[in-house]
Design a protein around this ligand. Structure first.
Ligand code: IPD
Ligand code: CA
Ligand code: CA
Length: 272
């Protein structure tokens, strides 16, 4: 069995699933029962006991199965051997603001990068009991059924989603202009507040495209694989290959990729 053979990827996918289900179970347990909601730094950037306990549950499983791998987890930072070709990007609670307000859009997101390339992704939304899974070459599923991106081929018929990073009050590059511009051209632009769920919803065809800036690898690593394996396209805003550490992503059903990219470049020509 080769190192990254389909069988090996399936093992990674199954362990990622076990970990995402464990994280999601913690989120369910603390839903509506939070006692410690704190700001991490920037106003509005929250952390709760659910983030921490869910991360511990995920880490315990990943470390137990893959002690040699490297980990980048939102609340714990970089862990393990950082020379490993395997990097687990973990967001135990994506959508913390929603969760703290009991607005039910949040997930546990677990991605595996191999030599810097996202290859395995699991997003578990415990409130809606939706488990999204994908691995390169193995397809994408929702609750174990295959999913595909939408076939919407024009921006005027599309429903998009985006988000606004916690530094939005500190920079003019805050995505407000892009949001207004695309709201005008499309059937709407949603802001759900959970990047991993946004990508999962593009993957299963509920939304036609997603763009955002100011993201971290743990927000998007899993969702990238979901969209790609469901037939979508994921790049930088200018359609060049995605650089996951750039924080900037364009993910679509493929059909509207070029036109959405062109509109984004029109707004922010220097920031791709
Ligand atoms: C946030 C969410 C949100 C996005 C922010 C992220 P968090 O993650 O994914 O949708 O707009 O940029 O930081 O803080 O809830 O894990
Ligand atoms: Ca996040
Ligand atoms: Ca988080």
């Amino acid at each position: 069995m080769g190192q990254n053979s389909p069988d090996q990827l399936q093992i990674f996918l199954d362990i990622a699933t076990e970990a995402a289900l464990a994280g999601g179970a913690i989120l369910q347990k603390y839903w509506g029962k939070l006692e410690a909601v704190q700001e991490k730094g920037r106003p509005g950037d929250l952390v709760t006991e659910a983030d921490k306990y869910a991360e511990n549950a995920v880490l315990e499983i990943i470390k137990r199965h893959f002690p040699q791998h490297s980990i980048l987890a939102e609340e714990s930072g970089q862990l393990g051997d950082n020379s490993s070709e395997y990097l687990w990007a973990i967001d135990p609670l994506d959508g913390t603001t929603n969760y703290a307000h009991q607005y039910p859009f949040f997930a546990t997101s677990i991605g595996l990068l191999i030599n810097g390339v996202p290859k395995v992704g699991v997003v578990f939304d415990p409130f809606h009991n939706e488990l999204f899974r994908a691995a390169t070459g193995l397809g994408a599923t929702r609750n174990r059924q295959p999913i595909q991106v939408s076939q919407t081929s024009s921006l005027s018929k599309s429903l998009l989603v985006t988000g606004f990073a916690y530094d939005r009050r500190e920079t003019a590059d805050n995505n407000y202009a892009e949001f207004c511009h695309l709201t005008h051209l499309t059937q709407g632009v949603r802001r759900s507040g959970a990047a991993s769920v946004d990508l999962a919803h593009v993957a299963c065809g509920r939304l036609d495209g997603y763009w955002e800036r100011g993201l971290s690898p743990w927000d998007i690593a899993a969702g990238i694989v979901l969209v790609q394996e469901a037939g979508g396209t994921v790049t930088a805003y200018d359609r060049s290959p995605l650089v996951i550490h750039s924080g900037r992503i364009l993910a679509t059903n493929s059909y509207i990729h070029e036109s959405l990219s062109d509109e984004l470049l029109q707004i922010s020509p220097l920031k791709v």
